[in-house]
Design a protein around this ligand. Sequence first.
Ligand code: NAP
Length: 547
Amino acid sequence: MTDENSDLLDVIIIGTGFAGVYGLHRIREAGFRVIAVEAGDDVGGCWYWNRYPGLRCDVDSLEYSYAFSEELQNEWRWSERYAPQSEIQSYIAFAADKLDLRKDIQFNTRISAATYNNDAGNWSLETEAGETLRARYVVMATGCLSVPNKPDIPGLDDFGGQLVHSVQWPKEKLDLSGKNVAVIGTGSTGVQMIPLLAKEAKHLTVVQRTPAFCVPARNQQWSDERIEFWRQNFRELRETARNSRAGVLHEYGLLPAAAIRPEDQIADLERRWIKGGPNVLYGFNDLLMNHDTNELVSDFLRGKIADAVDDPEIAKKLMPYEYPVGTKRVCVDTGYYETYNRDNVSLVDLRSEKLQQIEKDGIRTEEGFYPVDVLIMATGYDAMTGALLAIDIRTSEGKSLRTEWGKGPQTYLGLGIAGFPNMFVVTGPGSPSVFSNMVLSVEHDMDWIANCLDHLRGKDFPSFEADPNAQEAWMDHVDEVARGTLLNRAASWYRGANIEGKPQKFMPYVGGVNTYQKKCRDIADNGYEGFLIGGVSEATSAEQGAG
Ligand code: NAP
């Protein structure tokens, strides 16, 4: 007799970036039959796909790494404050090897569709190659920044040179020497690659639609003393980060700017500027709440642009005025503004010089023609929802996630979606995710999911899903917290504003990592309040029982 469920796994994790790698280990250790599937041929997620010149993480490497294992922490030595892509990729691969995960990862496997069978209570996943994989639970570790944004720019299809998207950078070296290169986009990606491209290309043309606010990285090698300090104090430092607003050990100022004397405000900004990294944004606790505080910091940063750029006209073009600082992700740069002092760099500011079209061998604007051999799109991502909606997620009862999210994403805690049982999302919309140290957040989410699976183990029930009422209340709260800030004042990817036709809604939860993690803990402790287990709330039945 054959068992029709012999191929049914307990859990399938989609994606093996930081989240999938940890999740596979964590869920396997909890005793579940689990595999991970991965579209690439190695682990790493965004650190595998992105490999453009200059790519680094803008969170200190000692913090942008796993916290769950003292062994990993002690055996790996980060070389620099802001680790380069290759080192982060090697670290994730090191973790996968150390934890012996590769035997449970199916590489080169992209999931195109996922269907929940409401009667059987399990998921069927279709791969692009036509294979079907089945599991009771599915965990979407598909990443917040993984689907490239490829805007429809007039004439792009006619371009005859080499076209490269930053997210799909070729594995082999891209030789730019002697070439006319253009970059479209001046977000974190553009800002990181532009100084290096300028050094290699014959001429670099930067096409800027909106200027970024940038702070200097001041990257440096880690000293042995620093590494040793972290190893000795690892647990306490991680715990402190976990209890902070962003999950990162910034020096968080405790006061609003108005409570500080003007001369001390500037002195503190200067001190933070010299230290480097995003710390300059954390001096006042009301940067994202108070217009005047925001203007103070914005002015300070615009002044730094004027200092760095020789030509005042170019400096002016590089200054952002159209959104409050911090409402678009601030870029961490190395020599970005100074690059515009080079003779071989031109800035096309689309605010004052309208783009007409891309042509076979260059870019035509109202002001002239810029010859281009290699055109680089640093135009970002379909963030937070792109990778989830790239998979056709449905239920046998006829629900489709693409339809359900037609007006924007709806989740409960970013972890569950009403109507889509037995599916967990990691760092989903409605969780701090991209507003936090992602490694810390993926570990939290995977721990929460593994504990939840453990709670459900052995229970006789068909489904675990978010209660639609709890989901609505949570999304209202996510909106309310964002509305109390300046964050909705920018056309940012946090709001989906970078993608034509995407519903605009502020997606991350900005109430703080500390607040969010406590909320998740309380919900779990209260019988997974707001989730339905077999269609019933354990939290409610516990209350009724007590009554
Ligand atoms: P991004 O921040 O979305 O920047 C994309 C850039 O392309 C923007 O300047 C955008 O202009 C421009 N653009 C988009 N469509 C355009 C069009 N049709 N015509 C002209 N310009 C257009 O993307 P990203 O730079 O890849 O960064 C995304 C996120 O990834 C970052 O915010 C960060 O969270 C993460 N990241 C992190 C690091 C790091 O750790 N250091 C590095 C890279 C990326 P508008 O601003 O006008 O839309």
